[in-house]
Every structure is written in structure tokens, then in C-alpha cells.
Design a binder for this molecule. Structure first.
Ligand code: ZN
Length: 160
């Protein structure tokens, strides 16, 4: 069976950056499972997997615009330190969600000074070309419920 819209695909993967540094891998953990054709994975990888079959190995470089987007400087904000209630707990790399006019946004604390905190709403992989090395493990038809929900279900998912 080939990868196509509304099929559930399981794949092993290794993800490295432009310098060959490992970003993420399914080795030693579970393969990734997703519902194809609904934007569940980055667009560049989803396109590369279209029409492929079990056992196929796909090596593809995904540019930022087909991955997690370009770095967007307008998503980096400097906030007055005293706007934070629990400043004792603030630390670099900390992530939390804020409300914006465009909806919720996950931000990362990237700089802390005496007066200000700089937070960055870019995805941590924004602006990076991603090298995917993927092997397809399984392809199956999605259930009507999965198509309705817009994502794949595991074997023991609770009702949601
Ligand atoms: Zn669901």
C-alpha cells in the first residue's frame, strides 16, 4: 500500500541539521505515526513521502519554508521584567504559552537582564534546513474516526 491522503503512515526517522548534527531520531524509541495529507508533519517531508511504500527509504532535505518556517524577528519580544509574577523561577530556555492576537503562541526565554526578559516565539527548528532520513514501516487505511479527528490513533488511545 502506498502513502496517500487519509492513510496512516508509520516511519522510522533520523533528523539532522545542515552540519550533520543529530536533532532527533526514532532509534531507541518509537517510530512516528501520522495521518497523511492533513498537515500532521512538515510539508516538505509529507510531499516526499507521497506515493512511497513500506520498506522505502527516503532521504530529503527540507528547506525552512517547507519545514518549521523562517526565523521571524517579529516573534521576538522584549518584556519588562516586572511583568512576570514569579521571576525567581525564570530561566533561559524555559518555555511557556502566551496569548496573542493570532492565538496561543509557545515562546522560549532567550535572554534575561535586570530589567527585561526576551522571549522568542519562533519554533526551535525555524530557519534550519532539515535532513530527514526516513524508512517507512507501515501504511494502512485510516479509520473514519481518525479522518474525523485529523490525526492517527494508537492502539490504546483513550476516547478524546
Ligand atoms: Zn483522535
Amino acid at each position: 500500500m502506498q502513502v496517500a491522503k487519509h492513510r496512516v503512515v508509520t516511519f522510522d526517522y533520523k533528523l539532522t541539521d545542515e552540519d550533520g548534527e543529530l536533532i532527533d531520531s526514532s532509534e531507541g524509541s518509537e517510530p512516528l505515526v501520522y495521518l497523511h495529507g492533513v498537515g500532521g508533519i512538515v510539508p516538505g517531508l509529507e510531499r516526499a513521502l507521497e506515493g512511497k511504500s513500506v520498506g522505502d527509504r527516503i532521504q530529503v532535505t527540507v528547506a525552512p519554508e517547507d519545514g518549521y518556517g523562517e526565523q521571524d524577528d517579529s516573534l521576538i519580544f522584549e518584556v519588562d521584567f516586572d511583568q512576570f509574577e514569579e521571576t525567581d523561577e525564570l530561566e533561559l530556555g524555559q518555555q511557556f504559552q502566551i496569548d496573542t492576537d493570532d492565538g496561543p503562541l509557545v515562546v522560549t526565554v532567550v535572554e534575561i537582564t535586570e530589567d527585561t526578559v526576551t522571549i522568542d516565539g519562533n519554533h526551535e527548528l525555524a530557519g534550519i534546513s532539515l535532513n530527514f532520513d526516513v524508512t517507512i514501516v507501515e501504511v494502512r487505511e485510516a479509520t473514519p474516526e481518525e479522518i474525523d479527528h485529523g490525526h492517527a490513533h494508537g492502539e490504546d488511545d483513550d476516547e478524546h
